[in-house]
Design a protein around this ligand. Structure first.
Ligand code: GLY
Length: 558
């Protein structure tokens, strides 16, 4: 008896020593983003009485200052929202192809892809959508005057932002490419060290003009003229006419159910919502909870679902204003059930036996996401990007920002991969004024009709699978927001036919068994899969933030 009691006490001790992982918990409102400075500016706007859409404007612009790696006014993004009355919607401020664009613009006379033309420098730049996006969001739903919202961002740009260790490493890594894209030296050529403060005076001046003159300053005003002249001078395609014609677009989000959850995610031109729906529909019939977290069988089910969804991605998806997409069929439970018919726990399905498209992808942790819940119960989930790290690496010194290389998200030529390894099909070919296909997956989850989760992540092709695993960690494995985000992640995207895994984070026995079944594992290419920012509404109504420890990410709230 004494021995049993000792064992019981020991077990209790072990249990109590198992550190409980919890993110920031607040009563009312929260912003989670890639940098504390941006989360704080967003949260301060909420504290002043602003709503989630006001905070979206503030956080988006603050990321352009504090996180130039992916935060931007020279790129684009997507917002999914759910208002406190249950109304949902989506905003597409994706970049688009300039008027001078054409199907073969990145091919030489022999029809071969010209190296770097769609990734590096002015030729890679699509018409930016971010400024139109924040103004559209504010015009429809904002509460505070936009001038008041932009003011703290301008102050941050003037005051400067302290370089973190991770940022120092990032700048160093990409520095060799800056002179290839820019004629003159740029702010980021300097050997910045952790602890240094970078001041963004040129960006402050541009933002001040936008604050004074509104969104047209960027698309028709002095900024537009300077930007178009700069791009033309560097051999780019974007003109004043392209900027003047740009509009953000309201879209109907993708919605689907999983158990007692309703998911609201981004519609085309992002593939995110459709792919997420396909994967979740495919795994729903299996009891993942019983199969266990990151076990052989659960990894098999998720991998096989991902393989099939990604096989469909490039074949069917593109800008819905230019191509017919069979959305209802692709996200129907019957369709995915049919796709999973040949799945067996005995062995992998070969990707060569799964039809449609021809996709290969490589990893990337660029792009950035932020999640917001306000004190009124409104939620926004936003993913925004320059595409590559620091976009095209082309930096307009006079205006103070990097330009995107989003044109690379089009398929330059069927059969040739873009920087994410994506080999596109007809649906995503280049056409003037068309939006390029994306993987961004800003997502909001309801549980039994109430707001439950706000999630999203950067990560190129791994965005969809990182969002998926975070939601499954919460729903199937009863994890809190921070705990769900901290878990190691894996990824399969049909081709190459490998399961990518974050290194040294999965049980060696699980890996051995998967290999013995015939799965190829790759731990070499993905030090990090995704960088998720999430907010969970707890049963008591409080909010738990999850800021991904893989970056400098931070939740701020009250
Ligand atoms: N440029 C990355 C994406 O849109 O998915």
């Amino acid at each position: 008896m004494k021995r049993l009691t000792t064992l019981f006490v020991l077990s209790l001790l072990i249990l109590s020593c198992k550190k409980e992982v919890k993110g920031l918990i607040v009563e009312k409102a929260m912003v989670v983003s890639a940098r504390e400075e941006a989360s704080k500016i967003g949260a301060d706007i909420l504290k002043k009485g602003g709503n989630a859409f006001d905070a979206m404007v503030a956080t988006e612009l603050a990321l352009a200052v504090a996180y130039p790696y992916a935060g931007n006014i020279g790129g684009g993004g997507f917002m999914v929202y759910r208002k406190n009355d249950g109304e949902i919607g989506a905003l597409d401020y994706r970049e688009k192809a300039p008027l001078a664009a054409h199907e073969t613009m990145y091919l030489d006379s022999l029809g071969n892809v010209i190296k770097n033309k769609s990734t590096l420098g002015a030729t890679a730049v699509g018409v930016p959508g971010t400024v139109a996006g924040v103004y559209a969001a504010h015009k429809r739903f904002g509460k505070l005057p936009i001038e008041e919202i932009i003011q703290p961002v301008i102050e941050l740009a003037k005051r400067g932002v302290v370089v973190t260790k991770k940022q120092e490493k990032r700048i160093k890594k990409y520095q060799p490419n800056f002179p290839k894209a820019n004629k003159d030296e740029i702010l980021f050529d300097k050997q910045w060290k952790a602890g240094d403060t970078i001041k963004y005076n040129a960006l402050a001046t541009t933002l001040t003009r936008i604050q004074k003159n509104g969104r047209d300053e960027f698309y028709k005003g002095e900024t537009a003229k300077k930007l178009a002249a700069f791009l033309q001078d560097n051999g780019g395609y974007v003109t004043e006419e392209d900027l003047a014609k740009y509009e953000a677009k309201w879209r109907t989000p993708i919605t689907f159910n999983y158990d007692n959850l309703r998911l609201i995610s981004m519609s085309p031109p992002s593939s995110g919502g459709i792919c997420l729906a396909q994967i979740m529909n495919a795994v729903e019939p299996y009891n993942l909870h019983e199969l266990g977290h990151n076990t052989v069988k659960s990894i098999q089910v998720i991998t096989e679902a991902e393989r099939r969804a990604y096989a469909d991605r490039s074949f069917f998806l593109g800008d819905p204003d230019f191509v017919e997409i069979p959305v209802e069929t692709l996200i129907s439970k019957e369709y995915t059930k049919d796709r999973m018919n040949n799945f067996s726990f005995e062995k992998p399905t070969k990707s060569s036996e799964v039809s449609h498209g021809n996709i290969q992808m490589v990893e990337s942790d660029e792009t950035t996401h932020y999640s917001i819940v306000d004190q009124f119960g409104n939620a926004v989930s936003v993913t925004t990007t320059l595409n590559g790290a620091y976009g095209s690496k082309l930096y307009c010194t006079e205006l103070g920002f990097f330009l995107n290389n989003e044109m690379d998200d089009f398929s330059s030529k069927p059969g040739v991969p873009n920087m994410f390894g994506l080999i596109g099909a007809e649906a995503n070919k280049i056409v003037p004024e068309k939006r390029m296909l994306s993987s961004m997956t800003p997502t909001i989850v309801e549980k039994e009709g109430n707001l439950y989760l706000v999630v999203g992540t950067p990560g190129g092709s791994t965005i969809i699978t990182s969002v998926l695993q975070t939601i499954l960690n919460v729903h199937e494995y009863n994890m809190g927001m921070q705990e769900a985000i901290n878990q190691p992640r894996f990824h399969h995207q049909w081709l190459p036919d490998v399961i990518k895994m974050e290194p040294n984070s999965f049980d060696p026995k699980v890996k051995d068994k998967l290999k013995s079944l015939g799965y190829e594992l790759d731990e070499t290419n993905s030090p990090v899969i995704g960088k998720v920012e999430g907010i969970m509404v707890l049963p008591n109504g409080k909010l738990e933030g999850g800021a991904d420890p893989r970056g400098d990410d931070k939740a701020v709230g009250f």
